[in-house]
Write a protein that binds this ligand. Structure first.
Ligand code: ADP
Ligand code: MG
Length: 240
């Protein structure tokens, strides 16, 4: 587990004028579930990618567990990212999909099997461990994608609109599972969504971005009660 701190982080993509993320300063507490919220294009994915080490920063720093991680390569950051377009290995069983990263990392068989079992239990995938992804429902596949992050026991979870491919009913159910999973594991989580209902339901706190600029970071209750400006009020007041 770890804290995450952005210190004046800025990213300007080559060939563009407006920063995708501008002067972001934000701290996420140890074990906190922080939601990054705002409309498409506001910079959510860029923030996650900077934290994962998949995107350069033009200025500023990012700290993970109090250590400056700005120059640390992605593979050494101990963060695990779950994307919207999860890709499972179609020719492997669920168990092998879950254990693949550990196998690559050279984790011994017995420990790998134990961690896969634990992830399967947490994610209610025990019944489908021997199946191939094509035999699974959409939400089961999504849970396998999350399970692949869980088995790694990262210091930080990053989730980039992980529910975007699910229909409304499944989204609500999976949302509840994610919330309970993250809290049970106690892993610091940064979760991006454009969906205000999802943001308000999931976040210990919600950070609202507009055109790369942080507008407010507060608990859902505080955002409703005291939105910092019209943009925040409009964002949280507008159903998806
Ligand atoms: P979000 O995830 O909130 O939709 P992004 O972080 O993907 O936002 O994008 C923020 C801004 O940066 C948008 O204006 C987007 O068009 C731009 N952008 C994202 N990736 C690139 C890239 N690789 N090159 C140039 N511009 C990009
Ligand atoms: Mg995005």
């Amino acid at each position: 587990m770890a804290t995450v701190t952005f210190d004046n982080a800025t990213r300007v993509y080559p060939g563009t004028e407006r920063p995708a993320v501008a002067g972001l300063s934000l701290s996420v507490g140890d074990g906190e579930f922080l939601v990054l919220a705002g409309p498409a294009g506001c910079g959510k994915s860029t923030v996650l990618r900077m934290l994962a080490g998949l995107e350069e920063m033009d200025s500023g720093r990012v700290l993970i567990g109090g250590r400056d991680a700005t120059a640390v390569p992605a593979k050494d950051r101990d963060v695990a990212m779950v994307f919207q377009n999860y890709a499972l290995y179609p020719h492997m069983s669920v168990a092998d999909n879950l254990g693949f990263a550990l196998k690559i990392a050279g984790v011994p068989d017995a420990e790998r099997a134990a961690r896969v079992r634990e992830a399967a239990r947490l994610l209610e995938l025990e019944e489908v461990l021997d199946l191939r992804p094509q035999a699974l429902s959409g939400d089961q596949r999504q849970r396998v994608a999350m399970g692949r992050a869980v088995v790694r026991r990262p210091q930080v979870f990053l989730m980039d609109e992980p529910l975007a491919n699910l229909d409304a009913a499944l989204r609500a159910r999976t949302r509840a599972q994610i919330a309970s999973l993250a809290r049970r594991l106690g892993i610091t989580t940064v979760y991006a969504t454009h969906d205000q209902a999802e943001a308000m339901a999931l976040g210990d706190r919600v950070a609202v971005l507009r055109e790369g600029v942080l507008q407010q970071v507060a608990t859902p209750h505080e955002l409703y009660a005291r939105p910092a400006n019209q943009f925040v009020a409009g964002f949280i007041g507008t159903p998806d």
